[in-house]
Design a protein around this ligand. Structure first.
Ligand code: SF4
Length: 306
């Protein structure tokens, strides 16, 4: 059963301690907390047999992390998203993964059909958020980000999702809040969403989380993974953000940047290319939103309200 280790880490009751444990094990201070959390989560779990490491398109720390896992006796399987979205190279990567796990295209297609059916319902939940104003920003974040592993229980996830959808359909639409977009990697301080709602703003677009739900379902699996914006260059992300900002009538955007993440550099391009107000917010350790960030968020929301 595949699991997204990020999800296990961030929902772990001791997630702050997991970061510290990695530092005690020797991880440098200037390595992102997600990486440290992933390391300690894998070390603590007794049932993780292999780690699929995305060696291209995800994180610049992955290579070194793979090497550390190898030294700890944990098997790693590389997967690389080709720069430039080359179809044949991506297909080769998929086929290598299939070969590793001894599976056939028929099985892959069967699973794709099952997963796409649930993804479509997550897309509907997203519509209930931005088109009908019936879903809170955090719920939108949670169900989309969970599409990376469907909480290890596809039928259970689908059932839970249906309950959330039916509750949203039965509740009145909420109006009068500022409409915000959230771009960048998922936050290490997820209380951001609820805090925004207390000051009259709601996230109605979660960029990367929406990508995890694959909102561009294609008949061909390789094509579907080519359309996925997150692992490729920033320019396709910008196009997607601009389209969604217009469609969802966003008043502003919060760009979340993780401390020590190489993706922070892309803030420069995002600010140059996206023509609505952007607040860049940095988070480090898993925790509640700190006082300084709250003040910056307050000022941004106040400025947009004027
Ligand atoms: S936040 Fe950045 S540095 Fe940290 S794991 Fe994600 S991509 Fe890597």
């Amino acid at each position: 059963m595949p699991v997204d280790i990020n999800n296990i880490f961030i929902t772990h009751p001791r997630c702050r301690e997991l970061v510290l444990e990695a530092e005690f094990a020797g991880f440098p201070r200037n390595v992102c907390s997600w990486i440290k959390g992933i390391y300690s989560t894998v070390m603590e779990a007794k049932d993780i047999q292999y780690v699929i490491a995305v060696t291209q398109g995800d994180c610049s720390f992955t290579h070194a992390l793979m090497e550390i896992f190898e030294c700890r006796g944990i098997k790693t399987i590389p997967f690389a998203y080709p720069y430039g979205r080359d179809y044949d190279m991506l297909k080769l990567q998929v086929e290598k993964l299939m070969e590793y796990f001894g599976t056939e295209w028929e099985t892959v297609w069967d699973w794709k059909e099952k997963l796409d059916a649930v993804r479509r319902r997550v897309h509907y939940l997203d519509e209930l958020t931005w088109r009908q104003n019936r879903v809170r920003g955090f719920i939108n974040h949670l169900y989309q980000v969970s599409c990376s592993d469907f909480n290890l229980d596809l039928p259970g996830f689908a059932q839970d999702l249906e309950q959330v959808i039916s509750k949203a359909e039965g509740s009145p639409p909420e109006h009068g809040f500022l409409r915000l977009g959230y771009i960048g990697v998922p936050p290490i301080c997820p209380d951001l969403y609820d805090y925004l709602e207390t000051i009259g703003a709601r996230v109605v677009f979660n960029e990367v989380q929406r990508q995890f739900s694959m909102p561009f379902v294609a008949a061909d699996l390789v094509e579907q993974y080519r359309q996925y914006t997150y692992p490729y260059d920033v320019f396709a992300r910008i196009k997607d953000i601009q389209e969604q900002a217009r469609l969802r009538r966003l008043d502003g955007i919060i760009h979340y940047a993780q401390t020590f993440c190489f993706r922070q550099m892309q803030d420069l391009i995002l600010r140059e290319r996206i023509d609505i107000p952007i607040l860049t917010l940095e988070g480090d350790k898993p925790d509640r939103l700190d006082a300084r960030s709250r003040m910056r968020v307050d000022s941004f929301v106040q400025m947009l309200k004027k």
